[in-house]
Design a protein around this ligand. Structure first.
Ligand code: 13P
Ligand code: SF4
Length: 354
């Protein structure tokens, strides 16, 4: 979408006034109008590392969603303020696992006599509370770009994994990358007594998958893969691992947003790609590579933005930057010290993965 020239000028002026005091991070799913002001762009893993590598910036403006801003706060120093331009930019997947539900799940695993064999692995897309739970129980965080290494590490620490909160990333990584079978995985439903599982099912499972999902990536289907293959002969289907297992199985390539970008950069001229991830990113890539004669289409027929990522728009960014430039700290995301301590442990285990 074309950005309002007045707002563009205001954002530019406020950012200039702030100078090195501000550092703007932009997730790949952000709108073009916001991405143009990002000092760095990245997937969730890269942005977590980039935030931690900027100790001189007083303000980290995180153009992304709430759990990413929390993670940045955990990884930055106490004098740095992490700011989320719209506090309503959450993530419906992260909301699918609450601290109470996860504590209850741990009781279920304890009653089944397996808690001491279980290592939690939590996807970055989770609240700081869930990350703290993970740290307290000897587990690690992972993102879509290091999930395999996280599972390998976890299986060195214990016999079973509790994977939170994205069942699809958990299942896809277990089956695609770790040689497990679908039967090695069970799904824990927090809305059912005992997660809807018997103690025997829990004892037999290698992967206990939390029943969470991303509704944006949940829209892609095997039918959309078949349709695009019929429409565009020779097309390469590349999807994000938050897609359902059958979609991932039907695709040619699977990877994080950063992986998707790298794959398209390396793709030969004349190649054709159907991409199964958020639409802002796919459109940006289609435009970027149009000159290089790479045909890039969105995997689904319907429009598919992440509505919470999209909440960060140019007006919110302008308001944020102008407030900071006026010395008003707005929309700070701050994790309490006790939660931060254990969440940091889990995040640092991820950053230390080989
Ligand atoms: P990545 O940027 O790690 O691929 O994750 C995508 C996503 O859904 C973030 O919410
Ligand atoms: Fe959450 Fe899905 Fe949006 Fe990513 S795309 S922020 S997982 S709702």
């Amino acid at each position: 979408s074309p950005s309002d020239p007045d707002l563009v000028a205001r954002a530019r002026a406020a950012k200039e006034k702030l100078g090195d005091k501000v550092f703007v991070l932009g997730h790949h799913y952000q709108r073009d109008e916001v991405i143009q002001f990002a000092d760095v762009t990245g997937d969730s893993f890269k942005l977590a590392r980039d935030a931690a590598a900027r100790p001189e910036a007083e303000y980290i403006v995180f153009c992304g969603v709430h759990f990413m801003a929390e993670s940045a706060d955990i990884l930055t120093t106490d004098d740095q303020a992490v700011v989320l331009p719209d506090l309503a930019a959450g993530c419906s997947m992260a909301d699918m696992a609450t601290a109470e539900q996860v504590a209850e799940c741990w009781d279920v695993l304890t009653d089944a006599g397996i808690a001491d064999q279980v290592v939690p692995v939590s996807y970055m897309n989770s609240s700081a509370d869930i990350k703290a739970f993970t740290g307290r129980h000897g587990g690690t965080i992972c993102t879509s770009s290091n999930a395999k290494r996280a599972l390998e590490w976890a299986f060195e620490q214990g016999e079973k994994i509790l994977f939170l909160p994205d069942q699809h990333l958990g299942r896809n990584t277990a089956v695609r990358d770790m040689g497990m079978t679908l039967d090695d995985c069970v799904v824990y439903n927090p809305h059912k007594p005992n997660g809807g599982l018997t103690a025997e099912q829990l004892r037999n499972a290698k992967m206990i998958l939390w029943r969470g999902h991303c509704s944006v990536h949940g829209r892609f289907s095997v039918e959309s893969v078949e349709d695009v293959r019929a429409r565009i002969p020779g097309v390469n289907v590349l999807v994000h691992p938050e897609c359902k297992h059958e979609v991932v199985a039907a695709a040619d390539h699977v990877g994080s947003t950063e992986y998707i970008i790298k794959a398209l950069e390396a793709a030969p001229r004349g190649s054709k790609w159907a991409i199964g991830t958020e639409l802002n990113l796919v459109r940006r890539l289609a435009n970027r590579f149009a000159d290089e004669d790479k045909e890039i289409v969105f995997l689904d027929k319907t429009v598919c933005f992440c509505s919470t990522m999209n909440r960060i728009d140019l007006p919110h960014l302008v308001w944020t930057l102008e407030s900071l430039a006026d010395g008003k700290l707005v929309n700070r995301i701050e994790v309490d010290p006790e939660t931060e301590k254990y969440a940091k442990l889990a995040l640092e285990r991820m950053l230390a993965l080989p």
